[in-house]
Structure formats: C-alpha cells, structure tokens
Design a protein around this ligand. Structure first.
Ligand code: PLP
Length: 392
C-alpha cells in the first residue's frame, strides 16, 4: 500500500545532532566571555530589501481593493515576473522565451517535483558530497544512484565518466556544500556528455548571484548545446533573502525533448495539474528584485556576505588550512586540521572556539574530514569567529 522506498531513506541526523551537541555544550560551559557563534546554517540573515518590501505592500493593497483584487493566477507565473527574469538572463546574453520560464515557490520544490517527468528505472548521477535533497527525492522513487566523487583531486568538481550511462545528472554550481564553481570548459564537457548519451542535466543555480567573475558561467544556458540537455533551477532565497518568502524560477528550454515528448510541455502539464502558482504578492516582490533599485539593494547584501566569505578565506589561508569556496560562494569547505574527522573537528571548534559549523560528512561519504562554514552571519561574528579559530 505504501511506497516502500521511504524505508530506504536515511534519517537525517545532521542538524538534529548539531542542535543536541550545541545545547548540551551551552548548559555545561560558561559562555559569558565567549558567546556562541553559529556559522553552520545555510539561511540568510539580512531582511528583504526596501524595494521588495514596498512592492509587496502595494500588492497587498491591490489585493484589498475590489477593482484590483486577483484570484487564481497563471500556474507558471505572471507575465510581469517571467519578463523580468527573462531580461535578467538576457543581460548575460542568455535569450529565453517567456514560456521557457516557470515561476516556482523556490528551487527545492521544483528540484524534487521534476522527477515526476522521469521513469523510476533511470540511472541518476549525483555528486558526493551534495545538497541532500537530490539523493532523498530519487531514493523516494527507487532510482539507482551513481555517486560522482567530488574530492581534493578534482577540486570538488567531478567530470563525466564515459563508462556510466546516465539518465539524469545533478550539477550544482556554485556548489553547496563545497563552494566550488564549474568553469565553462568543464560545463561544456558535461553538456557534450549529456547530449551524447541522451541524459538530462538538472542544473541547480541557486547560488549564481555569488559569482563575480564573468569568466565563470552563472547559467548552464551560457554553454553551447545546453538547450537540448538541461533544465535549470534558480531561487531568490539566497539572492534576495527569500528563504521565508518563497520564490524561484525554473528554465525548461523548448528544444529539450526525450522520446518524442517535449520536457517543457510535460512540465507545464505537471505544474498546471499539481501546482496553483506563487502568490501575487510574492511575485510582485520578486519582480522588484529585478528592477535597477532592487538589483542595487540586493547586490549590497550579497557584497556583505561575500566580504564575510573573503575574511574567512583570508584567515584560513593565513592559518595554512586548505579550503575551497568563499570567492564565488557563501560557503567555505575546509579540510579539518590535524587529520581530524568531521565530527571531532566540530567538537573541538565548539569546545575551544565556541564556533558552530557543519560537519562535512553530513553531506556524503566524501565529506568525511571536511567542514562547512557559511558567510551568512554578521561581520562582527565572522571576524570574531576567525580570530578565535586562529587562536586555537
Ligand atoms: N539548492 C541548493 C543547492 C540549496 O543549497 C538550497 C537551499 O539551501 C536550495 C536549492 C533550496 O532553495 P529554495 O529556498 O529556493 O527552495
């Protein structure tokens, strides 16, 4: 009666174990001189920018007046927002048709829901370490997973293995948790591989706004050939502080077809059947992100987080700790010093520096011996955490 594959899901103990360890430590230690600094959570801390708040307030007013009230909207998003996102892509030379853009309530739902379009007996390639949603959503459907080893040897950026016949491939760049970013050449290898074997790349660009080097691709559609093999998921969560407001977008190109079916049409059918769209108020807020004022305000916040990441990277480099990320990503992925495993380093950092991070092993087997720090905290906390790490 029930989906037996749910039995195969690993319980996620990562954040509950962290919470338990932190609360045990809080009750046993004297934190008055050295309060706890949390650098483990991947959530933003800055509020919505004024342009977004003003747009949402106005939209609420509209919803409260008979003449401007709106009921159900188009499931795939209002044209005003799809056009704004289209212009955003066009600014980087990526030309999309409006019907290739689907407004979502964030990347997580679409990354999971897209699997409705694919049969369960496909081979799925997923990097390790990884954002756990890719693994869990495929496990729920009973798909077999081939892990792509992301490690120091390949700079945490695995490339195609021609011996594997992939059906679906997950790529996330800038990466959570490693902060590593694919180059154009590397993504081109993936695109050629996928076109060659008929695989579909599910490209997670949730952190694209953190890339500040025009040589690095922010969208897979900057790569020639991607329109016949890729779907891209993007989010305003980290770009504009929408983690609690919920809005993102998914690009499904017209040319993407498998077995005579258009993936774009299938996704439209899926969304219009199972999803009733993102609220009008939130879509007006999201539209404001793409105005010149919204872009200026959100980029100030991103610059703040990026400066935190730079401070962290500089301090770690001075300590001789090896790491990836930080330059084009809010994540820093460091190698635990003294050959410690992830949890031992977690305990040591908590005990000696009163700093909380995330043990890398929580993101996959290859994460053992690594540790993730995030740049979403305050400047003061970031600087203080680095001072304490340097001292211990
Ligand atoms: N993709 C990656 C790689 C993430 O790290 C996250 C959130 O942390 C998401 C997607 C989810 O984003 P959203 O808030 O848009 O659902």
């Amino acid at each position: 009666m029930i989906n037996q594959h749910y039995r195969e899901l690993q319980d996620s103990y990562l954040f509950s174990t962290i919470a338990r360890k932190v609360s045990a430590f809080q009750s046993s230690a004297d934190l008055r001189q050295k309060p706890l600094i949390r650098m483990g959570i991947g959530d933003v801390t800055h509020p919505l920018c004024p342009a977004v708040v003003a747009a949402m307030k106005e939209a609420v007013e509209e919803m409260g007046r008979k003449e401007t009230f709106r009921g159900y909207g188009p499931e795939q998003g209002y044209d005003f927002l799809r056009d704004a996102v289209r212009q955003y892509y066009a600014g980087r030379g990526v030309l999309l048709n409006a019907e290739e853009l689907f407004i979502s309530d964030g990347a997580k739902s679409d990354v999971g829901n897209i699997l409705d379009l694919f049969e369960p007996n496909l081979t799925v390639c997923i990097p390790d370490p990884v954002y756990p949603v890719y693994v869990d959503t495929n496990t729920m459907d009973g798909r077999s997973i081939v892990y792509l080893d992301a490690n120091e040897e390949n700079g945490f950026l695995p490339l195609p293995d021609q011996r594997v016949k992939a059906g679906l491939i997950y790529l996330c760049s800038p990466n959570n948790p490693t902060g590593a970013v694919y180059s154009r050449d590397q993504l081109k290898q993936w695109v050629d591989y996928a076109n060659g074997c008929g695989a579909v790349i599910l490209f997670d660009a949730a952190y694209e706004a953190f890339i500040h080097d025009s040589a690095l691709p922010r969208s897979i559609f900057e790569i020639e050939g991607a329109r016949t093999c890729a779907v891209e998921f993007c989010s305003l969560s980290k770009t504009a502080g929408f983690t609690g407001t919920r809005c993102g977008y998914t690009v499904v190109p017209d040319e993407l077809e498998r077995e005579g079916l258009s993936i774009n049409r299938m996704w439209l059918r899926r969304q219009t059947t199972k999803f009733n769209g993102v609220s009008y108020v939130v879509q007006r807020g999201a539209e404001a992100v793409f105005t010149p004022e919204g872009q200026r305000q959100t980029s100030e916040t991103i610059a703040y987080y990026r400066e935190n990441a730079r401070i962290m990277a500089q301090a770690l480099a001075a300590m001789g700790v090896s790491f990836t990320g930080g330059a084009h990503s809010p994540y820093i992925w460091l190698k635990c010093p003294d050959g410690l495993d992830s949890w031992s380093y977690f305990d040591r950092l908590l005990r000696e520096a009163h700093v909380v991070g995330t043990p890398g092993v929580g993101f996959g087997r290859n994460g053992e011996g690594f540790f993730r720090l995030t740049a979403f905290g305050t400047r003061e906390d970031t600087e203080e955490a680095m001072r304490r790490m340097q001292n211990c």
